[in-house]
Design a protein around this ligand. Structure first.
Ligand code: NAD
Length: 314
């Protein structure tokens, strides 16, 4: 941090960017929010609308719309700008359209002197994060994506319902690509300190768990078909990550980070539990996956690596 003001720049003031800004404000998660969008009028309107709520908020935050030149002293740039997933479109289909957007965005942030953390939400998040890592030249500790934090929250919510327990007592992860090859390593899922698989019996069986896993995987498609976009939960997931950074929490979150040897993988950015603190990714916390889960994870890594190489092959 350059000074003791916790400044967040939100690049892209659409549904996701503004859900995040709203959550940051209501959770008093930073001291300053700068809203940047190619549509300057929209960013200004959002800044005014949000700032008018300050009288009812727990914080004395500064909220402004502005340009990249004002991002120099931002601690975190949350990348939400881009084109949203269309109904029926896979996240990987979005890749080429959003990769082009980020060539411009990263160049402008770098020329402004931005030296903070890139926190990426735009889809397909794992591959765009890797592209931003390449474009920025920043260390991998300071470039990561929301990964499967949202999917993990969905899983914890559904397991909480299934077993009538507070989701906060559910310790289970969705890992892999934020997309079609993501999966739940059930061998690692716990309610309190009890493995979920030990609780299977008359009320719940493995098929119920598989149905939950499928529901999580299809959630984005379902919500997009119903309301056109997903926003609130991703805004809260991003805010959770911001809090872990500013609070130097050393919290495990399934962000999309670069693997440097973990799971035998190199260079790919993928969602897996990582320890997050003030300097970003402190370390990847490697899970003890069973052989079948390891195979699934490597399949997800290969899918992402192929997509990344596909962009570079243009
Ligand atoms: P949106 O269309 O509502 O907003 C996108 C915003 O980006 C718009 O305001 C647009 O003007 C702006 N923009 C476009 N090009 C720009 C540029 N070159 N520079 C600056 N701003 C630019 O879309 P949304 O619903 O907010 O979704 C944003 C992204 O987040 C999408 O890629 C979506 O798939 C993704 N998303 C990710 C997750 C996740 O879990 N990671 C969840 C939901 C959505």
């Amino acid at each position: 941090m350059e000074n003791d003001k916790r400044k967040v720049a939100i690049i892209g003031t659409g549904q996701v960017g503004m859900a995040c800004a709203y959550a940051l404000l209501n959770q008093n998660a930073c001291d300053e929010i700068l809203l940047v969008d190619i549509n300057e009028k929209r960013a200004l309107g959002e800044a005014l609308d949000l700032a008018h709520g300050l009288a009812f908020s727990p914080s004395a935050m500064q909220i402004n719309a502005g340009g990249y030149d004002q991002c120099r002293d931002a601690d975190i740039a949350i990348c939400c700008a881009g084109v949203a997933q269309r109904e029926g479109e896979t996240r990987l289909d979005l890749l080429k359209r959003n990769a082009d957007v980020y060539k411009q965005v990263v160049a402008q942030l770098l020329s402004a002197g931005f030296g903070g953390i890139f926190l990426v939400a735009v889809n397909p998040v794992d591959v765009i994060t890797r592209i931003i890592f390449d474009l920025s030249g920043f260390p991998a500790t300071r470039v990561f994506g929301s990964g499967t934090t949202l999917d993990t929250a969905r899983l914890r919510f559904l397991l909480g319902q299934q077993f009538s327990i507070n989701p906060q007592n559910v310790h289970a992860y969705v890992i892999g690509e934020h997309g079609d090859t993501e999966f739940v390593p059930w061998s690692q899922a716990m309610l309190g300190t009890t493995p979920v698989t030990d609780l299977l019996g008359e009320k719940s069986c493995m098929e119920d768990l598989q149905a939950i896993e499928e529901k999580v995987r299809k959630s984005a498609y379902e919500i997009i078909a119903l309301k056109g976009a997903t926003s609130y939960a991703i805004g809260m997931a991003l805010t959770r990550i911001v809090r872990a950074i500013f609070g130097d929490e050393h919290t495990l979150l399934t962000v999309s980070a670069r693997l440097d040897g973990a799971y035998g993988q190199q260079d790919v950015f993928i969602g897996s539990p990582c320890v997050v603190g003030r300097s970003g990714i402190l370390r990847v916390h490697e899970l003890s996956l069973c052989p079948e889960e390891r195979k699934q994870f490597i399949h997800s890594c290969t899918t992402l690596d192929d997509a990344y190489k596909g962009v570079h092959a243009r």
